[in-house]
Design a protein around this ligand. Structure first.
Ligand SMILES: NC(=O)c1ccc[n+]([C@@H]2O[C@H](COP(=O)([O-])OP(=O)(O)OC[C@H]3O[C@@H](n4cnc5c(N)ncnc54)[C@H](OP(=O)(O)O)[C@@H]3O)[C@@H](O)[C@H]2O)c1
Length: 308
């Protein structure tokens, strides 16, 4: 049994990892910007919350002290729409925040780091600030002198994520399903339970090092994924309604000029143009010896209905 700190432990991936690590007998501590977060999935579990912010190094010391390992799973609020005025950016939170966490882990003498990264990093030399930040964060984790794994996680879906359940609910009432851009980018969606299992394996098997993909076994386009999720909540076949990329970029350009941006051009690129194919396999089988659930079974598990 280890004492494990989870940054982003109140978020989607972090809270599922926290629950599983608790169930496996580890002592779990969560870093949150809030003093007493209420996370329904974690109610009743013996989890310790420590207030802190990855942008403020001094706030991290009490969180890392006394821990054996850390899972770094933070991302800025309203991701992937940056808000530079509030310092909610890829660079401030993903890159610098992770560098601060590595420094705090070094001074607290942690023995293991698991960084939650993204699969889109396999895109060749992209200029996007999100990819630059994640690559810099991965570098920081690996040069810190602590045994480390970066899990490059594909698109995650779950009954309690921010996007797909809303889409499934909306599709019960509307025959039309909005598809950002052409929807032709590819991904290999993975159920959140499989991501949590990958994290638990990565924490516990300290002989495993380096970058590991965490992908589902079925590769689809974004359009196929969105329609499959929409179909889980709908009796009749849903009709795709493409939102032209040019219109999305115009909305992003306008959004960036508002005090609290609802959309940005970088967020549009993030949502429409990244290839998230998992050509080298799911990663979980090769590195951890378990097979993630297929998309059909996973959607049934997440949304409780068959995907037609
Ligand atoms: N979800 C996906 O499909 C997906 C796919 C691939 C990779 N990833 C990566 O996985 C990681 C986790 O993603 P997620 O979807 O689980 O995130 P999420 O649900 O959006 O949660 C974000 C978490 O970050 C914390 N946070 C935000 N700003 C912070 C700050 N300044 N200091 C400390 N904590 C802060 C929040 O905690 P409080 O609000 O409690 O402070 C929250 O727990 C990210 O690195 C993301 O890029 C996600």
């Amino acid at each position: 049994m280890s004492k494990i700190l989870i940054t982003g432990g109140t978020g989607l991936i972090g809270r599922h990892a926290a629950k599983l690590l608790c169930e496996r007998g580890h002592a779990v501590r969560i870093l949150s910007r809030r003093s007493a977060p209420d996370v329904p999935l974690l109610r009743g579990l013996p989890i310790e919350y420590v207030q802190g912010d990855v942008r403020e190094p001094a706030s991290l010391r009490p969180a890392f002290n006394g821990c054996d390992a850390a899972v770094l799973s933070h991302q800025f609020q309203n991701f992937p729409v940056e808000n530079p005025k509030r310092n909610e950016t890829f660079d401030a939170v993903d890159r610098a925040g992770t560098e601060h966490c590595v420094a705090a882990a070094q001074s607290a003498g942690l023995q293991r780091l698991v960084y939650i990264s993204g699969i889109a990093l396999s895109n060749p030399n992209p200029p996007h600030p999100g990819i630059r930040a994640k690559l810099a964060a991965e570098r920081a984790v690996f040069v810190g002198g602590i045994s480390a794994v970066a899990l490059r996680v594909n698109v995650v879906y779950a009954a309690d994520d921010k996007y797909f359940p809303r889409l499934a609910r909306a599709a019960r009432w509307s025959p039309f399903v909005p598809i950002p851009g052409s929807g032709a980018s590819r991904c290999a969606p993975v159920h959140v339970d499989d991501v949590a299992h990958a994290i638990a394996h990565a924490v516990e098997h300290t002989a495993i090092h380096g970058v590991i993909n965490v992908c589902g076994p079925d590769e689809v386009t974004w359009k196929e994924l969105i329609l499959a999720v929409a179909q889980t909540g709908a009796a009749r076949r849903r009709i795709p309604l493409h939102i032209p990329a040019a219109l999305l970029f115009l909305a992003g350009w306008i959004g960036e000029r508002l005090p609290t941006p609802p959309l940005s051009r970088d967020a549009v690129v993030f949502a429409t143009q990244f290839d998230q194919s998992c050509r080298s396999g799911t990663g979980c089988v090769e590195a951890f010896g378990f097979r993630p659930v297929g998309l059909r079974e996973g959607l049934r598990k997440a949304f409780g209905a068959d995907c037609r």
